[in-house]
Design a protein around this ligand. Structure first.
Ligand code: C2E
Ligand code: CA
Ligand code: CA
Ligand code: CA
Length: 278
């Protein structure tokens, strides 16, 4: 009994330091991940509820660590942000996604718009707008096929955000607010920021049936979007009941496991081709 407390403390400390060591090791490996071609993109189809077609996809980064296997972006994106690696990784993601859209186009698929996630660090990088402009030039992607996803938590400097977003809009690309409703920022930025689309966070969507509060929040977001003439993508649809509710509520677009998980770009292409052959 007397040994119980010290043993626990020791266990706690060693697990703390092993977690920190683990993080440092991962950061170190992440440095080489790009050069070693360990990063990949998957694409999650978004279903247009008007037409029932896939007109857009979200690009999601994957890391296949040589020893540890697949590591979730929920784990390595925060490390990339803290270490500054998000700048080269973010640029690689953008360029790879734009190239992929052109590749699908070349394979005869109907036009597909790609949504790419932007991180806070990228918003403050030197010449983000110039970098995106260059990627569009280099890949020859028409800007209307690129959407950038920002989050409410990025609106820490309203003036800077407003400037950057207007410059991005001037390039001809569109902007979506990701995880909408989960941040604590004021709704008033919606009238200052040149935003095109709101993505309803999956935490609300998944409780549409079980919580009247969450259902009310979804209704409110749809209504705000309608008044401001913004498109809405509902995320994280896993159940048919969620889909039917969103169809009845005139939501524009849905994304979720019910319809498709994020997939390899070649699989998306094959699915598309078989779908249209029949
Ligand atoms: P996010 O931007 O909110 O992306 C949506 C996440 O929800 C993805 O997780 C996707 O796989 C997952 N998801 C989609 N449909 C469903 C569903 O029906 N049910 C459930 N339970 N989950 C669903 P993923 O790919 O693990 O990405 C996690 C987060 O990592 C992303 O959240 C985003 O914040 C970040 N991330 C991923 N790729 C990138 C990237 O290229 N750049 C940046 N900056 N962040 C990225
Ligand atoms: Ca996103
Ligand atoms: Ca999201
Ligand atoms: Ca999220």
């Amino acid at each position: 009994e007397a040994h119980k407390t010290p043993t626990r403390i020791q266990f706690y400390e060693s697990s703390m330091s092993s977690r920190m060591t683990e993080r440092l090791l991962l950061e170190n490996d992440l440095h080489d991940a790009l050069a070693n071609q360990e990063l990949f993109l998957e694409y999650q189809p978004q279903l247009d509820l008007q037409t029932g077609q896939v007109k857009s996809v979200e690009a999601l980064v994957r890391w296949k660590h040589p020893k540890k296997g697949w590591i979730s972006p929920g784990v390595f994106i925060p490390i990339a942000e803290e270490s500054g690696l998000i700048i080269p990784i973010g640029q690689w993601v953008l360029e790879t996604a734009c190239k992929q859209v052109k590749r699908w186009e070349g394979a005869g698929l109907p036009p597909i718009k790609v949504a790419v996630n932007l991180s806070l660090g990228q918003l403050f990088q030197q010449n983000l707008v110039g970098m995106i402009h260059n990627v569009l030039e280099k890949t020859q992607l028409e800007p209307q096929y690129l959407q950038l996803e920002i989050t409410e938590s990025m609106t820490i400097n309203i003036d800077h955000m407003t400037t950057i977003l207007h410059q991005l809009k001037a390039l001809g690309i569109t902007i979506a607010v990701d995880d909408f409703g989960t941040g604590y920022s004021s709704l008033s930025y919606l009238k200052d920021f040149p935003i095109d689309c709101l993505k309803i966070d999956r935490s609300f969507v998944q409780k549409i049936q079980s919580s009247s509060t969450d259902k009310a929040l979804v209704d409110t977001i749809l209504s705000v979007a309608k008044h401001l003439q913004l498109k809405v993508v509902a995320e994280g649809i896993e159940e048919i009941e969620q889909l039917s509710y969103l169809i009845t509520s005139n939501c524009d677009t849905v994304q979720g496991f019910l319809f498709s998980k994020p997939i390899h770009p070649n699989i998306l292409q094959e699915n598309y081709q078989t779908l249209h052959e029949n």
